[in-house]
Design a protein around this ligand. Sequence first.
Ligand code: AGP
Length: 596
Amino acid sequence: MCGIVGYIGFEDVKEIILGGLEKLEYRGYDSAGIAIANNNNVYVCKEKGRIKDLRGCLDVNVTGTLGIGHTRWATHGVPNKINSHPHQSCTKRFTLVHNGIIENENELREKFLKDIEFTSDTDTEVIVQLIEKFVSEGEEVELAIRHTMSELEGSYALAILDKEDMNTLYAAKNKTPLLAGKGEGFNMIGSDAMAMINYTNNFYEIEDKEFLKITKEKIEIFTIYGNKVTRDTYTADIDASDTEKGTYPHYMMKEIEEQPFVIRKIISEYSDENGDLFVEPEIVENVKACDKLYIIACGTSYHAGLIGKQFFEKIAGKPTEVVIASEFIYNMPLLTEKPLFLFISQSGETADCRAVLVKVKQMGFKTLTLTNVKGSTLSRESDNTLLLYAGPEIAVASTKAYTAQIAVLSILAAKVNNKINIDIFKELGKIAYTMETLCDDKDNYKELAEKFLVKSRNCFYIGRSMDYFVCLEASLKLKEISYIQTEGFAAGELKHGTIALIEHDTPVIAVITQESINLNTRSNIKEVKARGAATMVISLKKLSNETDDIVIDDVNELLSPLAAIIPAQYLAYYAALLKGCDIDKPRNLAKSVTVE
Ligand code: AGP
């Protein structure tokens, strides 16, 4: 998926677009481009690579007060200059940037564009050529755009310039995030609020199959049929400083260190005036009323869901199943009579999750979204939303959102039915303190990363029960930013085959925070050590040995994943740093995957 931004107003648009794209780079960074309406012409500059590479090739003398920009995570067409956006129609009258995937591009080429010579391998170029074709057949621009929308199958957030009308910025949206930002004497569009927050905090949510006609004075929203839509604006609960690195070398380091604060913020946001747990009653009732909770998520959020299942079953006594979103659609489990679907998504835009949300809503089931982004697609389309209050998470590798998800899940479970009388707020308060002490041990993590990881081509995290779920997240962190092939493995399962991979100096990191399995995992450590592995142990103090490498102050075992993941986040950070990898924007990845 990609990021788009557009501006029409009175200021020179270059820095506004480039700055907005930099805020969106976390969404995709294979290539970038900008188009500026300048003296009855449209100047286009696009380049493979990052925004900084685009800056390097931009003609600084080109100015204009209308422009669009794009930062790309390639889906169709390799990431190169030709395939980067913006794309132009054959006469160069129309210029367009697109986030999403057009599923029927080939049929449209066949049906409407056989005589067109395409310049790129992208699905996006089909859109801009279609608009030109319909205009060349006599349609007004607005109608041609809405006609094009009616032919498209798939997802799109579009920003469009018409060389013959330098006073208008067009936009359109279906299944891919797009917001319009209202300013004084200017207006903007963007893939999310952060791209515009330096200029306005006054946004319109744009719904599927809506079309926008934007001038510097006003924003008009229409349905695909041309009916005018009126809608109030809203303000995003972020401010511009949240999206800056400050003195941190990387967003990931900043976000790791924000975790204690986030836990404390969650406690306060989910407290009532007496300091007791508060969750919207309708949400609590919906969870109580269901006969099974289905947690749907991807990646790190899926890993948080695995921990959440433990809370709902052990604290609330609610049967729970955790399903990877992209699997659910094609392999739906046998559902119970009264299921409730809980979507966990930091961005609230993950297409795999949204596809499930659309399906289960069609089946008439209730839905709840746990997300970090108010007003996100999943949030808007679910019956209810629980917010993470983690602040913008910019680094592609999720850290504070993961622990925030786990914290909110524990609060919800305890609010539904606290069968074990756990004092969640007291335990979360201890977790926040323990996180702070763990954040102070950076030199140790850096040393361990250098000793065990930097020269390794593979690595294993092993654990049992809750520790196994932590290992899944710990291994995703390590592989996605350091590119070391890492597996999170159930410690008891190793001997059933995978232990064949253990050879001299293979790093094996054991996580031990559950008393019931302490000795079992320690015997697994001996098994791999006997086969040459280089072992490291992360353990809870009450279970630790003097040879353990990282010892965590004692916390409630149910909430121990919130603490045990901190060293793993740092180990991944330092392994990537020492290997010279791009920590905040790892290769091939994007922060929010808005394509299935
Ligand atoms: C996390 O480190 C990854 N970048 C990725 O797995 C992410 O958790 C996943 O894409 C889900 O994103 P979401 O929480 O925004 O839905």
